[in-house]
Design a protein. Structure first.
Length: 381
């Protein structure tokens, strides 16, 4: 099995031994998918350490696989299962899992891919409890709303569509606060409270939404490295807001050339954090392309900051071409380096964006859809 450092992103950059974690930190995973008819070729485990992100790849033999490693604290991870066949239908199945010290077993139940059981991780059991609640919410509220939005989209009723999308966002944020932040309030010493705080931050992520729940924690939780990382989100929110200078940074273009934000002074720069695997990010690309086409001659530039890991360079390049966004300035972290730009900007969820004026000051945050065009109309009218 091969391990590679990928990238550091604030969402998963927490670390310290917390209650519930055995001292040695070593874990082992034994996976058995023999009851599932779908044949898999490889399993890829992805998990964060305090200053790096690890991938670990295992070959699946007779539908069985294994992993081992060490984590200093219970942490959110994922296992991606890759099928044997190739082609557009070969979409990997991804299983979220909480890693912790000890022996963890993964078994298929009833031959259903969506009925995989994880045992041996108490933190994963807590996560599953919340996942069940969230799945019910998706079925009862989000699916009907999504169906209604699709119907209205066909009718091209823009006013009603905007109303429904606003309602959808409100419902998502209401649910996240109830499920995840409610869990923090009721279980303030749980090992998954840091994960819950991030999830409870809503869309777009709001530090103000989670701050009261964080401040209600005991000093031990707030002073842990995980707690300090959460507090850093608040500090980033104060630094990176309209009226303040945008933090400078230097990243690589697809050709390997260094590009620095400050070199674009004199233009209005739309800093767009995205990744090739982020569907909402790529769905917004046509909207940003339209804005770029309308205002590029007037001094508008798009600086697209990818959070793809260095090992996914080909997927990054492929996404740029597929989205026809090569006219943007695309950058990514240097090969083998730790990407701290997301941390500088307090980005814990993507898509995320910042509009910077010619003097290098932030004038707007997270502009999407028509809001972006209205802001640019006001600037360039």
């Amino acid at each position: 099995m091969k391990k590679n450092i990928i990238f550091f992103i604030l969402l998963v950059s927490f670390g310290q031994i917390v209650s519930g974690q055995k001292k040695d930190g070593y874990f082992s995973i034994q996976g058995d998918l023999s009851e599932i008819k779908t044949k898999f070729k490889k399993a890829v485990l992805l998990y964060p350490l305090p200053n790096e992100y690890i991938t670990d790849t295992a070959t699946i033999v007779d539908q069985k696989f294994s992993f081992s490693g060490k984590v200093p604290y219970p942490t959110m991870a994922s296992i991606k299962y890759l099928k044997e066949e190739k082609g557009p239908s070969n979409v990997p199945f991804i299983l979220p899992i909480f890693l912790e010290s000890g022996s963890i077993k993964i078994n298929a139940v009833d031959g259903q891919l969506n009925h995989i059981k994880v045992s041996g991780s108490s933190s994963h059991n807590e996560f599953e409890t919340l996942k069940i609640k969230n799945d019910l919410f998706l079925k009862d509220v989000i699916e009907p709303l999504g169906k209604r939005i699709k119907e209205v989209s066909v009718l091209k009723d823009t006013a009603k569509l905007a109303e429904l999308r606003k309602l959808l966002l409100e419902e998502i944020n209401r649910s996240r606060e109830s499920i995840y932040l409610g869990y923090v309030k009721e279980n303030p010493t749980s090992v998954i409270i840091y994960y819950c705080l991030i999830e409870g931050g809503g869309i777009p992520f709001s530090p103000a939404r989670i701050k009261p729940y964080f401040e209600g924690l005991a000093a031990k939780e707030k002073q842990s490295i995980q707690g300090k990382s959460i507090r850093e989100i608040f500090e980033s929110g104060v630094r990176v807001k309209p009226g303040n200078q945008a933090p400078d940074f230097t990243l690589n273009t697809p050709t390997g050339k260094d590009t620095t934000l400050s070199s674009l002074k004199g233009k209005y720069v739309f800093i767009d954090f995205w990744a090739s695997w982020c569907a909402p990010c790529r769905k917004e690309v046509p909207n940003v392309l339209k804005a770029f086409s309308n205002y590029k001659q007037k001094g508008f530039e798009v600086l697209a900051v990818s959070l793809d890991e260095p090992g996914s360079r080909d997927k990054w390049i492929k996404a740029i071409h597929a989205d026809q966004s090569s006219a943007f300035i695309h950058v990514i972290n240097r090969k083998g380096s730790i990407n701290d730009v997301a941390k500088k900007y307090g980005v814990s969820q993507i898509p995320a964006s910042f509009l910077v004026n010619p003097e290098g000051k932030i004038i707007a945050v997270n502009l999407r859809d028509e809001e972006l065009h209205k802001k640019l109309d006001d600037i360039f009218k």
